[in-house]
Design a protein around this ligand. Structure first.
Ligand code: ADP
Ligand code: MG
Length: 264
């Protein structure tokens, strides 16, 4: 390997540490020893065939699923556990909720509250959960709407918005909680092709602002151009993980090569 092919090792602090994680649903093993490190400011893209465990991994990071074995820590805090007197305890639901607040998540299907306007969707959690005053939350929500290019849609209900606009509101809503980490699970997969670009542009801008992101995506152009690293998952393991451009341009493993040949 020549020197210029060695990926730039991000020198930043560790944001997410996934250590030998196992997870089964009943007798179906879905994660079979997944380890992965994501650094502050890194955009880590997760690619792989349907059913390979990508969503489950993201859900474990966000404590929407509990791991069977292994550990995940986010900003040096174990997800779902805490230390006390040198022993490890499971967190109370209240503390899990607190930890989860620092993590924003955007799903494939826009899950906005249908009976609330875009603005109301965005201010809901900051007011209810963070206890912000309505005036402050509204002012901040307007800033977030501007960031995602929807200043003029504050008063629109989800049904009055396109899928791409709804997804951008969902991003604004996640950002309103001032997350230190953003998880995206195929945020553009359910969108009509002409709406994908606007959502990816918002995500690119977020990446450029320094946000740490884990992005499950089938958009290889995005992974290559915006991703710092790409991990290819298949059958519940990470088969290949490295510099984004390198993994996509010169995959080393036959399984990665076969997958990329299909999605390109
Ligand atoms: P991906 O996101 O890569 O498509 P998933 O993590 O969604 O993969 O799913 C991996 C496997 O786990 C699939 O076989 C899926 O059917 C199964 N699975 C996911 N969630 C559950 C669940 N809550 N209960 C049972 N099986 C599940
Ligand atoms: Mg999935």
């Amino acid at each position: 390997m020549t020197a210029d092919l060695i990926p730039d090792a991000p020198s930043n602090a560790v944001a997410v540490e996934i250590d030998k994680v196992y997870k089964s649903f009943g007798r179906l093993p879905v994660l079979r020893g997944v380890s992965m490190t994501v650094r502050e400011g890194e955009v880590a893209c997760l690619i792989g065939p349907s059913g390979s465990g990508k969503s489950t991994l993201l859900r474990c990071v966000n404590h929407l699923e509990k791991v069977d074995a292994g550990r995940i820590s986010v900003h040096d805090r174990l997800v779902g556990y805490h230390h006390k007197n040198d022993r490890l305890y499971e967190m109370h639901d209240r503390d899990v909720a607190k930890q989860r607040r620092t993590i924003g998540m955007v799903f494939q299907r826009f899950n906005l509250f249908p009976h609330m306007t875009a603005l109301e969707n965005i201010i809901e959690a900051p007011v209810q959960v963070l206890g912000k005053s309505k005036a402050v939350a509204v002012a901040e929500a307007r800033e977030h709407l501007e960031k995602v290019g929807l200043s003029d849609k504050a008063g629109s209900y989800p049904t009055q918005l396109s899928g791409g606009q709804q997804q951008r509101v969902a991003i604004a809503r996640a950002l309103a909680m001032q997350p230190a980490l953003m998880l995206f699970d195929e945020p553009t997969s359910a969108l009509d092709p002409e709406l994908v670009g606007d959502v990816l542009a918002v995500m690119r801008q977020l990446a450029e602002s320094g946000m740490t992101m884990i992005v499950v995506t089938h958009e290889m152009g995005f992974a290559r151009d915006v991703g710092d690293t790409v991990a290819f998952m298949d059958g519940g393991i990470i088969v290949e993980h490295g510099d984004a451009r390198q993994v996509i341009a010169e995959p080393q493993h036959a399984r990665t090569q076969a997958f990329l040949a299909k999605v390109r």
